[in-house]
Design a protein around this ligand. Structure first.
Ligand code: B1M
Length: 200
């Protein structure tokens, strides 16, 4: 349904599915739908408007699932500042990361999309997070991540925070090459990695 962008029918379909399927499994299905839409875009079978429709359908589906995922809330474990880097407006994956961190007991400050490096710098001073999370979905915008790390160093803030990166074009190798502390391929792994980074 996400792949086809059936935004008007998704609420009913998800509500029905919740009767006998775990929310996390439905979420995985919605993610698969988005990936399939992306594949079609890559092959030239979909236009941007089709991807937008798929993204909208995903978001509508997640609105119903999100409260069900929140049932597992735990004790406070740390503070995360997260954002999608400058030039990039993809936020679906980042929002999933936020949901999982909140569910694991993190306080999350979400800076949103298209976040300039100065905003990340200011957020370290203002919120004193344990971790900064950087998300990017484009091969072009992932290069912003290095600039953010350099800016943290220039402001003598690098040692104050751990840096985690993610998003489809990123990798562990890329994380290492730019001096990030870690990379996670998905939202669940991101939480596990964060806990390890904090020694928990
Ligand atoms: Co965009 N787009 N898009 N798009 N889009 C991709 C990324 C693309 C791969 C599609 C394709 O060609 N197959 C391609 C990038 C190519 C490249 O750079 N190599 C692309 C393109 C080209 C573009 C535009 C340039 C298209 C255009 O205008 N010509 C444009 C760019 C806009 C911009 O950012 N400046 C654009 C626009 C859009 C929409 C607005 C239509 C929409 C975004 C809506 C939104 O996010 N609000 C959109 C969408 C939906 C996609 C695809 C189809 C789906 C992305 C997604 O949400 N995936 C995508 C194709 C694809 O990824 N296969 C595509 C599902 C999501 C759950 O996965 O985001 O990977 P993901 O997040 C995962 C992990 O990566 C990880 O955990 C998440 C959950 O498990 N993760 C982290 C993410 N952040 C993390 C941070 C962490 C840790 C883990 O720590 C901090």
């Amino acid at each position: 349904m996400v792949e086809e962008g059936e935004v008007y029918d998704i609420e009913e379909a998800v509500t029905k599915a919740l009767k006998n399927t775990k929310p996390i499994a439905i979420m995985e299905d919605l993610i698969t739908g988005l990936r399939l839409a992306g594949d079609k875009f890559k092959k030239g079978e979909y236009f941007v408007v089709d991807m937008m429709q798929a993204a909208e359908t995903f978001k509508e589906g997640m609105k119903i699932i999100k409260p069900k995922l929140g049932d597992t809330k735990k004790e406070y474990v740390g503070k995360l500042v997260i954002g999608t880097v400058k030039g990039d407006i993809h936020d679906i994956g980042k929002n999933l990361v936020v949901i999982m961190f909140e569910g694991a007991g993190f306080e999350v400050i979400d800076l949103g999309i298209d976040v300039h490096k100065d905003k990340f710098i200011d957020s370290v001073k203002k919120y004193e997070p344990d971790i900064i999370g950087l998300s990017a979905l484009l091969t072009t915008t992932m290069l912003e991540m290095e600039g953010i790390i350099e800016a943290l160093k220039a402001n003598n803030l690098r040692e104050r925070v751990k840096i985690m990166i993610g998003g489809a074009p990123a990798s562990a190798r890329f994380a290492q090459s730019i001096g990030a502390d870690s990379y996670a391929p998905n939202a669940t792994e991101a939480v596990n990695t964060a806990l390890k980074l904090l020694g928990k």
